[in-house]
Ligand binder design. Structure first.
Ligand code: GTP
Ligand code: MG
Length: 427
């Protein structure tokens, strides 16, 4: 019995303004998924066809009444709105319905907070949460957010008594944000140093990006198991929204000795809160500086086109511009009548669970990032064995023979390597 009670998910009503845009149904479906991702259960939906939210109560008067009835009928104890709410809208809706009201932004922040594991992710989420709180501080609240799931629901609330307390809270939060930003900046400086060092080594960087739950981490892991410098260094993958909150970078060594770095990044969702996008900008720096983007798409999801639009809009928001991109239509095994692996122009239809698909994926990546490779003949005098060792280590050596004047090698070099070994090139 007790177990049942613990397992029971909080019943939640979804509320949304239907502005008659074509993606409204998708938005509401996504909201339901987000609610489920936060261990709650959507039990009903109330929508209103309205161009603009009512400034005082989000919905119009009659609809607020309908919302109240839905709450009672379904015995819901929370309402989640699809749009961001002002403090007074929250206050009024709570007074009318008698239950907690949270908006989409608060919900996403809450999910991120419960998923964040590393220091960086925690800092980023905490900053975004505090920023969300700041304009919403109130002197009195009848919200019982401490009853929310996840144990961190109280984080976007604040109880004060009177103006002075409010001002104190505000200053306290501003201080907190400052401190957290400082700590984050120190970590980011380290990351930037590491990236700069890698750039000098001229190793190519490929980033997996895309909508949450598309299969980015699954692809990363499949490739790490095959080619990873350390094959045990897999990342967390799971059937849930926002499984990944951290960028992970792995070095992959292909059998012909060409290497590249693959990064797995945080997934996107539509209307990702601005504060969160800003906070995660640094995490996404790997994507912003990649030589090639692999946009992973869940091809089996009926909403995949909207998800691609969301991804492209988010990339724009984080300032990822002119990077070549291959769209990887993944999960083809879940689609009916779809042949895979298949190339469609520059893009691919694959399944991350299929070995042949992974071959095609790697070949495509190789063609993109190693397009500027050149085959060269090199002659290294016998007294410079370290050059031979270096070539064996870093380049694709097609053939080696020993001639009178030294070691003669047929190698495939990057433009940078052509510069470095110029003295030995005999073509
Ligand atoms: N059937 C099938 N399932 C897949 C495929 N690729 C991934 N999955 C499953 O989809 C779910 C999500 O995969 P992840 O790799 O964690 O997705 P992600 O894109 O990293 O998601 P976030 O980290 O949340 O952004 C997991 O349950 C995977 O096992 C595929 O090609 N076919
Ligand atoms: Mg992931």
């Amino acid at each position: 019995m007790i177990e049942n009670e613990i397992d029971a998910k909080r019943p939640v009503i979804l509320a949304g303004l239907d502005r008659q845009t074509e993606d409204f149904d998708y938005q509401m479906e996504e909201l339901a998924n987000l609610v489920e991702a936060n261990q709650m259960e959507p039990v009903g939906t109330v929508t209103q066809k309205l161009e603009r939210p009512n400034p005082g109560s989000y919905f119009g008067k009659g609809k607020v009444e309908a919302l109240k009835e839905a709450v009672e009928y379904y015995q819901a104890d929370m309402v989640v709105t699809n749009d961001e709410l002002s403090p007074s809208q929250i206050r009024n809706l709570e007074a009318e319905t008698g239950v907690s009201i949270i908006d989409r932004t608060a919900l996403i922040l809450d999910i991120f907070a419960s998923r964040a594991k590393t220091r960086t992710a925690k800092l980023q989420v905490e900053i975004a949460q505090l920023q969300y709180q700041l304009p919403r501080l109130r002197t009195s609240m009848n919200v019982r957010l401490d009853q929310q799931t996840g144990g961190n629901g109280g984080s976007f609330t604040s109880r004060g008594a009177g103006e002075t307390k409010l001002e104190m809270n505000r200053r306290h939060i501003e201080h907190q944000i400052g401190d957290l930003r400082k700590e984050l900046a120190e970590i980011e400086a380290d990351d930037a140093t590491r990236r700069a060092r890698r750039d000098k080594e001229s190793i190519k960087n490929v980033a997996l990006i895309g909508y949450t739950n598309a299969g980015k981490s699954t692809i990363m892991n499949a490739l790490v198991r095959r080619y990873g410098e350390n094959q045990d260094k897999t990342v967390f993958q799971a059937d849930m929204l926002f499984a990944t909150l951290e960028t992970s970078v792995r070095k992959l060594n292909l059998p012909d000795k060409q290497s590249f770095l693959l990064s797995d990044t945080v997934g996107f969702v539509s209307n990702l809160p601005h504060g969160l996008v800003a906070a995660f900008k640094a995490t996404l720096a790997e994507a912003a500086q990649a030589d090639l983007l692999l946009q992973v798409v869940d091809y089996s999801d009926p909403n995949y086109r909207e998800m691609m639009k969301t991804t492209e809009a988010t990339l724009k928001e984080i300032g990822v511009g002119d990077i070549p991109m291959v769209v990887v239509y993944n999960k083809a095994d879940k689609c009916e009548d779809v042949v895979y692996p298949e190339r469609v122009g520059d893009n691919l239809i694959i399944s991350a669970q299929d070995e042949t698909s992974l071959d095609v994926l790697v070949e495509t990546v190789r063609q993109h990032i190693f397009a500027d490779l050149k085959e060269q003949t090199i002659l290294v005098p016998f007294d410079q064995g370290q050059i031979v060792a270096e070539l064996n280590e870093q380049a694709t050596v097609l053939n080696t023979e020993y001639v009178e004047t030294g070691t003669k090698m047929q190698v495939v070099l990057t433009p940078v390597q052509v510069g470095r070994f110029a003295a030995y090139i005999v073509d």
